[in-house]
Design a protein around this ligand. Sequence first.
Ligand code: WTA
Length: 652
Amino acid sequence: MSETYDVPPRVRAGSRSPIQSLADWRAAWLAARDDPDATWLRETTSRLAWQKAPSRGLEGSFHDIAEAPIRWFSDGELNITESCLDRHLATRGDKIAIPWEGDEPGAGGQLSYRELHQEVCRAAGALRAMGVQKGERVIIYMGMVPEAAIAMLACARLGAVHSVVFGGFSAEALRDRVRDCDASVVITQDQGVRGGRPIPLKATCDEALEGERGVTAVLVFQRTGADVGWVDGRDVWWHDCVPTAEPVTEAVVCAAEDPLFILYTSGSTGRPKGVVHTCGGYLTWASYTHEVVFDLREDDVYACVADVGWITGHTYIVYGPLCNGATTLMFESTPLYPDAGRYWDLVARHRVSIFYTAPTAIRALAAQGDDFVTRYDLSSLRVLGTVGEPINPDAWRWYREVVGAGRCTIVDTWWQTETGGIAITPIAPATPVRPGSATLPNPAIVPVLMDDQGRPIVGPGEGRLCLAQPWPGMARTVWGDHPRYVSTYFSTFPGFYFTGDGCRRDGDGYHWITGRVDDVLNVSGHRMGTAEFEAVLVGVDSIAEAAVVGFPHALKGQGVYAYLVLQPDADITEPEALHAAANAACRQQIGAHARIDLVQLVPGLPKTRSGKVMRRILRKVAEGQPDQLGDVSTLADPSVVASIVAGARSLS
Ligand code: WTA
């Protein structure tokens, strides 16, 4: 019997959630599975402010997805900012929408729903004056300031499609994204600030846009006042044009299936894909999951400390909470600045009741000792969430016992950029929890575990996690490349969406995500493709071939392990010098978060006779299990394996 924790009384008290027990969950889940149209038409019309209410539910299926993307609510019309802003004005105009905590403790400000609405209408007016029209793409390259959320909503107000690029990405990565979606406007800021250090957002943006004729305007929010480069005729200060802009009081009406945003994410192969989410289904899913999973209440102070550059920031800082009329905190700093008590100081001062972070932060903070937590009054907390990677039971217990003092429940939420919102998770007031388990699927999510032969596993077992039915918040396509969407997600197991994750299901139907089973790395919750690293590495002088795999890392979840084959005439032969050169290249071409932890020089990569690298062998060696390599007899040159095993690196 697994260690199980019932929902504490404090979490249940005062809940008005329609899902209060496992029996309620089961009834809701079965209803959504068996009658998705009725379930989601009801949810969407009660949650969103539609200009024209939809009469159609789901259209399309995973079997004919190559011909036609999935559609939800396709005859409905709306502008999603009316759901997030306008309709709250009558009842919540003075309610705080966004409390903002800047990099320095206590620095910041706040915006009420009325103020946020005004800012968004004006920012939309400024964008319109710059020529932004419905359907056009706008890149947002900013830090964690409220203006980032305002920029996203301002795009949506015009029916323009935003693509937020995480502020840690390099100029080259930014340029790739600008080009891929053919953006005409970029919104950035002079500098970001994190942990007392400036981040040169405008300078990086300038570098990315050098020679890019397609971008006609750059809107620059002033955060620090630092001197920045300026391109006359292209660059415009936010404070010069937004306050005086003609407000867009009439939001542009969109079809339910018009794109809302593109978010680039890493996969097994090739360059990052622009995952497309559409207006009606995405917002319905964001609103539903945010309210139901966390058991949101009117007076909650909700804090998700992710970055708006990732999907978690989109769905659970901006869209879900604002659609639900919640108070959603934005946090500019890091969990360790000025010390490891920062989150708990934040929780105490803002009286946060729902707190949502990543396992990597929990592990880092747990390692610093309990004093940083217990010195603060955390009695406001009720629900603690985690997302982004599997959470190890020790970190989970620390979160529950030390941060939550045993009074809060933990929601370990499994989902992906592609799922748009939380898919497998406990529901705060209803689901007894187990450390390390994401537990049960949300209504609309029908998980199936596939065995090695591609057969669904019935009952307990471990396999590859697929989802069998469309849900409203799923990504509809890859920007400009529907065939890539189909081949990435629907070709491994035809008729099913394949997540790329492994999963175990126990005798009670609880799900335990085991991590990626494809060539995607998850380092501190940052999703990166091994192929992206390899593409950079083979461009470094002295490196002829490269293969990158993940290995278990106590703090980061996964570390990055690179096997490098030198050019015959290489002038660098010291692994340390090569390691530094490799990291410099990754930083320049991907971003500051793309770092290789371990480098091993090898005489050759283990390849089959047809030239395919046998990554399984490289993974096992990196994981410290050289005795479990399996059959290596099909290798073109089995002798390379011995030298790879002999030269294996480790962190200890
Ligand atoms: C992993 C982040 C275990 C998983 C929202 C998934 C998790 C990938 C969990 C998506 C969790 C996310 N337990 N693993 N609770 N949440 N993952 O697109 O491997 O940045 O496929 O979306 O993160 O990462 P992405």
